[in-house]
Every structure is written in C-alpha cells, then in structure tokens.
Design a protein around this ligand. Sequence first.
Ligand code: MG
Length: 301
Amino acid sequence: MKFNDFPKKVKIVEVGPRDGLQNEKTLVSAEIKVEFIKNLAAAGLQTIEATSFVRADRIPQMADASEVYRGVAGLNIDLPCLVPNLKGMEHALAAKVKSIAVFTATSNEFNKRNINATVEESLKRIGPVLEEAKKNNLKIRAYISTVFGCPYEGITSVEGLLKVMDFFHQHHVDEISLGDTTGVAIPIQVDEVLTNVNSRFGLEKVALHFHDTRSMALSNVLVGLEHGVAIYDSSAGGLGGCPYAKGATGNLATEDLVYLLRSHGIETGVDLNKLIEASSSVFKALNKSSESKINRVFKGK
Ligand code: MG
C-alpha cells in the first residue's frame, strides 16, 4: 500500500443525525437533534446530513424535519437533506434547503421492499426531483445502496452499479455515495468495484459509505484511500445500528474514521476530542452507548 499517495485531505460526510437516527427505534427530540448537529459542526465537520423530508407516518424518526432544519440552517456548512420524491422536494424547498440527497439501490429486490419500486422505476421517480433541484440551484448527492451485496439478492453486479451511476452522471449530480448497506464488503471487492468505476467515470465524485457490521469498514476505507477516493460517510458514535442483523453495528463510527485518517497525516478538519463529546446527549437520550472503539478508549482514560 502506497501511503504517500493517499489523499492529503478527506471530506467526511457525517450521517448520524439522519441515517443514524432514522435507524434507531427510540425517538429523539428535535431540540437534541439540533444541539447534536451544532456540536458536530463545532467539532469541525463541514458536511452534516441533517434530516429527511419523508412521510411522517412511514418514518416517525424524521417527522420533525422542518423544525430541525430551521434550527441549524444558520450554520455555515453543507447540510444535505434526504428527499425521496417530489412531495419531499416541495417540503425541502419550503424549508429553504440548499443541498439534497436522493437514493436508490443496485438491487431490484431491495428497492421493492424499501421504496416499492424496481431500480428503473426508482430512477424514473428521481429524475423529476433532480430537475427540480437543478432549477433551484441545489447541491445534489446521490446514494446508491447494496453496491457490495444485497440482503435479498446476494452479490450484486458491478454492471448494475455502473448503469445506475451512468444515470446520475447524466444528471450531473455533485456526489455519488456508494453504500455497503449490510456491511458485507471486503477489501478485495472494494478494489474491484473502484477499479471498474474509475475506468468508466473516474472517482472524483465518488464517496464511500461503509458499514462496520463485520469489522471491515476501516480496511475498506484504506482501499478507498489507495484509489484516491477523498469522501467518506460515517456516523458519530456509529449511530444507526444494522437493520439486517439485530444488535450488530451499522454505520462506520466517525471517531474511528477520524482516528485512522489523522494517524496517517490526512487532514479532516475535525477535532477528535470535541467529536467524542458531540454525541453524548444523543446516546443518553437513546439510553445506549457509543459503538465507537476510539470513543471508549478516550472516555476510559
Ligand atoms: Mg448507512
């Protein structure tokens, strides 16, 4: 591994307040969420996925989207909000959101169960959302789930991924996050996927979203760094859990990611000590403890 060729600077996309809290059963108040996002920003995170404009009856964890966004909109950072369809887009625009995220998967079965649409149908649904976002000069991030495997279909094809990526490239999205939804990715596979993606599209727009379900997340990040990928998603304290394996870890913990990066001299802009404190009140509200190993080491001092 050529450590000297690693990117000098990495952008971390903190997904705890949305991806993390959406996957926690316990509801957290808008007040705590706002404080959480402010703490994360104070720790130096410049991109924080704030909330999701989804149907409150489907996802009660995000019912307070407008309130949360209003509470943090004054922060001078990028605050992408998840938008599933035109209705969500309407609410996001009403809240004066400047940056959105859309999502699909490479697997038909996963998409059918998650959003009741095949991959193709989901892209048809996303198209008008992207048009609307462009019209309003919003920044666009696209999430692609099940890139490295699907809980229902097993291994997913790289060709399928490239097709979905092609759609997003044609729509000129700003960033494409490749998600290891169930934490099955291993380094050799990440290497293969990135080699394929690189030869087709390059990797400038690519973000990697690893889950630590099988303790492979940081090893996979190293492969991403070796390929020059400079954007990684993670969640403070590993918030979110894994909906496909009860009691298992989901999102890679931001603290662990920051520790790896700073240990290799890669700039993140994040103050690790402040970051470790940033999620305290959230974990208290959830009545659980942080999944981050680094958090335990530092707190145990
Ligand atoms: Mg995730």
